[in-house]
Design a protein around this ligand. Structure first.
Ligand SMILES: *[C@@H]1O[C@H](CO)[C@@H](O)[C@H](O)[C@H]1NC(C)=O
Ligand SMILES: *[C@@H]1O[C@H](CO)[C@@H](O)[C@H](O)[C@H]1NC(C)=O
Length: 275
């Protein structure tokens, strides 16, 4: 029993050494990077899906080294790219990329999918996107795949030591609650109760991430949502969708909403920022 164990251990060790040599990424001490969330951090998963939430045509990517659309919702690099650069690592591949095999798995993976939110009903208009619970299931599947390459114990270590980024929540406002003057969520909740509900659900997501082995997790807040290009275009009083050229950030709330609820929405955003 113990000899078969040590035999297995030495096999695992040689595999690790072999992988480290092949990958030129030593498993010990290397820091993998995992990304979860929405369009702010999606780096190409939606290119593999039948969805309208996609960034596969110009001008996306015009400032990227290839000057081509990459699936990132950005003119160039996005936040995960910049974090990878700071880690001294190559960019993580989208989880759905067929290139994500073998040594590439050790770099980490990006599970994010544009259009999704904290809630399952956020982004239903985009049809086939990877909801956050599915991203977690993929994370579990990823761990099995890495385990098959470097052994279960090393896979666990890699995940525990990794840096994790999760960016969620903006779509629950702009692509759910405020999507139309009347939405199911607006009938159900005032903004304060909706924000509270989001926090309750977000907490469950973060706990699940912890259970799956994530230990160093960057949780970002929602930015000023009225400054998001899509919101600038569609809701700015004198914006491009209304024949104007205004680049002023709009308030994501329709004029019928009171100042009071606006303040509460901002308070929620600050809350997520700090906690
Ligand atoms: C969202 O869907 C997942 C998977 O079906 C489920 O586990 C989860 O409880 C749902 N979340 C909510 C808030 O309904
Ligand atoms: C609040 O609403 C009033 C009336 O619509 C408006 O004049 C005022 O500028 C608003 N205040 C803020 C802080 O948005």
């Amino acid at each position: 029993m113990s000899s078969s164990r040590s035999c297995f251990a030495s096999l695992a060790i040689s595999l690790v050494v072999f992988m480290a040599m092949v990958a030129r990424v030593p498993v010990e001490g290397a820091r993998a990077f995992f990304v979860f969330g929405d369009s702010l951090v999606d780096n190409g998963n939606n290119n593999y899906l039948v969805t309208t939430a996609r960034a596969d045509s110009p001008p996306y990517g015009i400032d990227y080294p290839t000057h081509r659309p990459t699936g990132r919702f950005s003119n160039g690099y996005n936040i995960p790219d910049i974090i990878s650069q700071k880690l001294g690592a190559e960019a993580t591949l989208p989880y759905l990329s067929p290139q994500l095999t073998g040594e590439k798995l050790l770099v980490g993976a990006n599970f994010a999918s544009a259009g999704i939110g904290i809630l399952n009903d956020t982004g239903i208009q985009f049809a086939n996107v990877i909801r956050i619970s599915q991203q977690m299931e993929f994370f579990q599947e990823y761990q099995q795949r890495v385990g098959a390459v470097v052994g279960e114990e090393q896979a666990q270590k890699l995940v525990n030591k990794a840096l994790v980024l999760i960016t969620l929540g903006g779509n629950d406002f702009v692509n759910n609650y405020f999507l139309a003057p009347i939405t199911a969520r607006r009938l159900q909740y005032n903004i304060q109760d909706f924000s509270h509900y989001l926090i309750v659900e977000y907490r469950k997501i973060l706990k699940r991430l912890y259970k799956l082995g994530a230990r160093r997790v960057l949780v970002t807040g929602s930015g000023p949502l009225g400054c998001v290009p899509s919101q600038l275009a569609t809701t700015s009083a004198n914006g491009p969708m209304r024949g104007g050229a205004s680049k002023r950030c709009s308030d994501i709330q329709p004029p019928s909403y009171s100042n009071d609820s606006r303040t509460k929405s901002r308070a929620w955003i600050r809350h997520i920022y700090c906690c």
